[in-house]
Ligand binder design. Structure first.
Ligand SMILES: Cc1ncc(C[n+]2csc(CCOP(=O)(O)OP(=O)(O)O)c2C)c(N)n1
Length: 298
């Protein structure tokens, strides 16, 4: 897993690495032998990948302790480019794989990379139970409002009236608010970021990684080539600036309305609910059961 650049800025020891943008070289965290990557020009998933690896760099998480679990989709494919322990699993099931991994290897920092289809459609059941259990992991859902990899079918986050391959007359289904869903299901940290603000997104990911328990982070990530084209949203710079028109950065205050632009979607940490981590509780219960059993047998 050593970097193709021949240096590993994470150093294998937390605290020994540099932690500024000036010494962050994303190439040291990527599998360069897999380049060129498969993402379309303007795809937000690449920006989200950069923010994640920047967060990993600043937290000095050793590559050997980092496990990336991803599902199927353009979002799922992103994980494979990371030079760490990576599992490219089945559609909708990365949280199920990650659950087993987190219980067997509590020493790992587990990051699940999933898409809005992967996480909320076929994988919706796994999401609500992962939120309920509160195992220590960070689930990053890249929301591009569409099934990108399979050619642009409608997803649970596609806004009403939007054009997709399967909604040629416009989408008539209401969209899920993934963050509200995760919070209601019990996720102990919930946040949302946009790819337009990469440093803020990196900071959000740092908070998610540092939080002990299940962190759910939604990243608004543009699909320029399919969703953008089908909905006449313009070039990738136009699309990414559109994020700004709908969302107000946390530092302007999520509560202020006038005269700022409409705050259709809040960003930053949306909810935090500190409670016992499932793996800790499970291991403690096993230890006390074993102690009782061995005591009982003399
Ligand atoms: C069991 C199963 N059903 C369907 C598929 C086809 N499939 C692959 S990716 C995908 C949708 C991915 O969409 P999303 O999670 O939003 O990710 P994106 O590609 O947009 O990043 C589907 C339906 C599959 N691989 N496996």
């Amino acid at each position: 897993m050593d970097s193709a650049l021949g240096k590993n800025p994470t150093g294998g020891n937390a605290g020994s690495a540099g932690t500024g943008i000036e010494d962050f070289d994303i190439r040291a965290y990527l599998r360069l032998d897999l380049m060129p990557h498969f993402m379309c020009p303007g795809c937000g998933h690449g920006i989200a990948l950069r923010a994640l690896l920047w967060a990993v760099h600043e937290l000095a998480i050793p590559k050997d302790r980092l496990a990336i679990v991803s599902g199927i989709g353009c979002s799922g494919r992103v994980g494979a480019y990371i030079d760490a322990n990576t599992f490219h699993t089945t559609h909708g099931r990365p949280l199920a794989f990650a659950t087993g991994l987190a219980l067997a290897r509590p020493d790992l920092e587990i990051v699940v990379i999933t898409g809005d289809g992967d996480c909320l459609a076929i994988g919706g059941n796994h999401l609500i139970h992962a939120c309920r259990r509160n195992l220590h992991m960070t689930c990053i859902m890249l929301n591009n409002e569409i099934y990108g990899m399979t050619g642009g079918q409608v997803s649970p986050t596609t806004a009403e009236n939007r054009m997709t391959t399967t909604t040629p007359a416009g989408n008539t289904e209401p969209a899920f608010n993934a963050c509200a869903l995760a919070a209601a299901a019990g996720a102990s940290l919930v946040g949302r970021g946009i790819t337009l603000q990469t440093p803020a997104l990196k900071n959000l990911m740092k908070e998610g990684l540092a939080h002990r328990g299940f962190s759910f982070l939604e990243v608004i990530s543009d699909c320029t080539e399919i969703f953008g084209r089908k909905n006449d949203l313009g070039s990738s710079p136009e699309m990414i600036l559109r994020q700004k028109s709908q969302m107000r950065p946390e530092y302007f205050g999520n509560v202020v309305d006038e005269p700022f632009r409409p705050n259709a979607m809040k960003t930053g940490i949306l909810s935090r609910n500190e409670r016992p981590e499932y793996g800790d509780a499970y291991r403690a219960a096993m230890v006390s059961t074993r102690a009782t059993a061995s005591h009982g047998h003399g």
